[in-house]
Write a protein that binds this ligand. Structure first.
Ligand code: ADP
Ligand code: MG
Length: 373
């Protein structure tokens, strides 16, 4: 089992302005690679200090959908065809780009990780079939469900057909679990996949309008099953892509009872997820995956799979505390940089724009000292 944690800082939205940018990506000191791996953000209690967090990789505002897929997800496809499971998470506050990263837009360049992954799976499936002269047959099927308040709902079921208690999950005895009664649809082409996926997403947004924007409070889990069949063996592996519930602390904004229930179950499952990711990355043998429904269904850490967590971040000040808590969630080895030298002011540039005039220098401009917190 291995895990990569990467951060993605989204570009400014229309209503946001460059002078509110407080988060940026940096290279780690001494690093010669092209890749950035550090996220820097001011300490809210003392803005002359900046926290820096290190990840496997950091994508800044200019990163394209293609780059995220090509660098982080595409390399996992060959493992998938060797029989390993692959799990992709998008974690972050509502409005930071989780759905954009996972699903993306309709235009080719805007397509997110999921349609690109499927496209890559179909391409490889055809290659395997061709290379084995048709002796290996590759079947692809999908299921798509959400976990809301710790209950599992099939997204192929229209919302009015849902049973309020959700679908039961069952231990299969081999460390794996199964959602009982979950629809599994074969999809033999990308086009077929996209039709099914779009239809299921309509079910998700329909229930969202009924349940007060609950889509930001549910985890949407897409499972793509790849079955490779030869005369001698059948090999099944699963790619799961999870658009997680918004990680914002709902208690801070709204105290009604329904929200508190949602909040408690979101916090619990995200907390367990963080513990699993940490345990896997530290190569510990005990991974507490049984402690939440989501990690249990995904058997996170139980098999020889690959996990990629994308931490979505907004660059602006209005997300300051939530961004810090997202960063803390994903990485406990943060450093503090202190700006002790009077630096040349530097001006951040908005994507596509040139020099900005009259902005104040950032609190973490220029060379900095490192010390452990
Ligand atoms: P979330 O799912 O985390 O709530 P969304 O994916 O809905 O967030 O993103 C919020 C808004 O930001 C959307 O309008 C989305 O199109 C836009 N957005 C997010 N990430 C990017 C990006 N990398 N490039 C362009 N627009 C983005
Ligand atoms: Mg979303």
């Amino acid at each position: 089992m291995s895990v990569r944690v990467v951060a993605r800082i989204r570009p400014l939205l229309k209503a946001e302005i460059p002078k509110d940018i407080i988060v940026d990506a940096a290279k780690s000191p001494g690093e010669t690679t092209e890749n950035k791996s550090i996220v820097r953000i001011p300490n809210p209690k003392k803005e002359s200090e900046a926290f820096s967090f290190q990840f496997n990789s950091v994508y800044d505002q200019e990163a394209t959908q293609a780059q995220i897929f090509d660098n982080e997800v595409s390399p996992t496809v060959k493992h998938l065809f060797k029989g390993y499971d692959v799990t992709l998470f998008a974690y972050g506050v509502t409005g930071t780009g989780k759905t954009h990263t996972m699903r993306g837009g309709k235009a080719m360049a805007d397509r997110g990780v999921i349609p690109r992954l499927l496209s890559s799976i179909y391409r490889r499936a055809r290659k395997v079939e061709k290379d084995t002269d048709g002796e290996t047959q590759v079947d692809v099927s999908m299921s798509y469900y959400e976990i809301y308040n710790d209950r599992v709902f099939d997204l192929f079921e229209p919302p009015e057909k849902r049973t309020p208690a959700g679908l039961p999950i069952r231990d299969m005895g081999n460390g794996k679990t199964q959602v009982v009664g979950l629809t599994e649809r074969p999809c033999t082409t990308l086009k077929e996949f996209e039709q099914l996926y779009d239809q299921a997403n309509v079910n998700r947004s329909t229930s969202a309008t009924k349940l007060n924007a609950h889509s930001s409070r549910s985890h949407a889990i897409l499972c793509v099953n790849i079955t490779q069949i030869t005369d001698d063996e059948t090999r099944v592996s699963t790619a799961s892509a999870i658009d997680l519930a918004g990680s914002e602390d709902n208690r801070r904004t709204d105290n009604n009872k329904e929200r508190l229930v949602e909040s408690a179950s979101i916090n619990k499952s995200l907390f367990v997820l963080a513990q699993c990711v940490e345990a896997i990355s530290r190569k510990q043998t005990r991974i507490p995956y049984r402690e939440s429904k989501m990690t249990r269904i995904l058997c996170l850490g139980q098999n020889n799979g690959l996990t990629v967590m994308i931490l979505n971040l907004a660059p602006v000040r209005s997300y300051h505390l939530d961004t810090l808590s997202s960063l803390n969630f994903a990485n406990r080895t943060k450093k503090i940089e202190v700006n002790e030298v009077e630096n040349q002011p530097f001006f951040r540039e908005a994507p596509g724009k040139s020099k900005l005039d009259g902005e104040k220098p950032s609190s973490f401009a220029g060379p900095a000292m490192h010390r452990q917190p």
